[in-house]
Write a protein that binds this ligand. Structure first.
Ligand SMILES: Cc1cc2nc3c(=O)[nH]c(=O)nc-3n(C[C@H](O)[C@H](O)[C@H](O)COP(=O)(O)OP(=O)(O)OC[C@H]3O[C@@H](n4cnc5c(N)ncnc54)[C@H](O)[C@@H]3O)c2cc1C
Ligand code: FES
Length: 249
């Protein structure tokens, strides 16, 4: 893990409340793998307190990208950062990462959780694997990453709860269409992840979890999740990606 000041190369809206920020990669870019996240701050004051966590959504040889939804003060401040300014970044974070084993991979993203799967999807496609992406949200307006996904060449099955785009219903329903030869990777709201876990028997399923995080590197114990075998795991340190059978949701 490195503590860095990195230059923002672009910070632009993808939708009414979702932004894409590309940062210079610095000395961490070669270390980034699908599942890793970063802790970031763009403000110098004590309010908001502490950095905020964001999944690595893409990386090139010289830069990496996050995609974030403006939900509170920290993300609102991030959206005001201009090109050329520097932000403070801890990276890479997380030891539990996605597995690329197997030939067929289903990526299930709920809302902004889709950003936690895009780096994995690009890597799997580069490796020549079969990749199916399912992206769901409450309504069409919330499918903020859709244009980006299409531009990057992903074929995407869409789900909205109100039926305003794609199939009407939950993105979890995509599990009806794949058998146990597919490895499933999911990121999104905890209710969605719980529903996927409940349908994971006989499949390899990896869940990228989110939790409120203070430190991001294992020392504050603020982000723990129960383990099926007893005890707790730190989402930031042992995770953020866990096999569905490992954790209590
Ligand atoms: C490992 C990890 C990866 C993440 N990746 C992304 C990402 O790629 N893109 C993205 O937009 N967001 C991501 N998040 C969530 C992001 O960290 C929060 O949205 C951010 O911290 C909110 O800060 P804020 O000050 O703007 O809002 P706050 O005022 O802190 O929160 C606003 C609202 O969001 C809820 N919230 C905040 N943080 C979380 C959280 N971690 N889990 C569940 N609910 C939360 C709060 O309960 C509150 O209702 C990730 C979180 C984790 C732990
Ligand atoms: S956020 Fe501090 S231990 Fe995980």
């Amino acid at each position: 893990m490195k503590d860095l000041q990195l230059k923002v190369l672009r910070n632009e809206p993808l939708s009414h409340n979702t932004w894409l920020m590309e940062l210079e990669g610095g000395p961490v870019v070669d270390l980034l793998k699908p599942g890793h996240f970063v802790m970031m701050r763009s403000w110098k004051s004590l309010d908001p307190l502490g950095r905020r966590a964001f999944a690595v959504a893409d990386a090139t040889e010289s830069s990496f990208t996050i995609m974030y939804q403006v939900v509170g003060r920290a993300t609102a401040l991030l959206s005001q950062v201009r090109e050329g300014e520097e932000v403070s970044v801890l990276a890479p974070l997380g030891k539990g990462l996605f597995s690329t084993e197997g030939d067929k991979h289903l990526l299930v993203g709920g809302g902004i959780g889709m950003a936690g799967l895009t780096f994995l999807g690009k890597k799997l496609i580069r490796m020549g694997k079969e990749v199916l992406v399912a992206y769901g949200a409450r309504t069409k307006r919330e499918l903020a990453l859709l244009h980006w996904l299409k531009r990057e060449g992903f074929e995407v099955l869409l789900y909205t709860e109100d039926g305003s785009e794609g199939k009407k219903g939950s993105v979890v329903d995509v599990l009806d269409y794949v058998d146990s030869t597919w490895t499933v990777h999911a990121c999104g709201p905890v209710g969605m992840l719980r529903a996927i876990k409940n349908r994971s028997a006989g499949r390899r399923v990896f869940l990228s979890l989110e939790a409120r995080m203070a430190c991001g590197w294992g020392v504050c114990l603020g982000c723990v999740v129960g383990k099926e075998k007893g005890g707790y795991a730190r989402v930031c340190y042992e995770g953020p990606v866990f096999e569905a059978s490992e954790v209590v949701l």
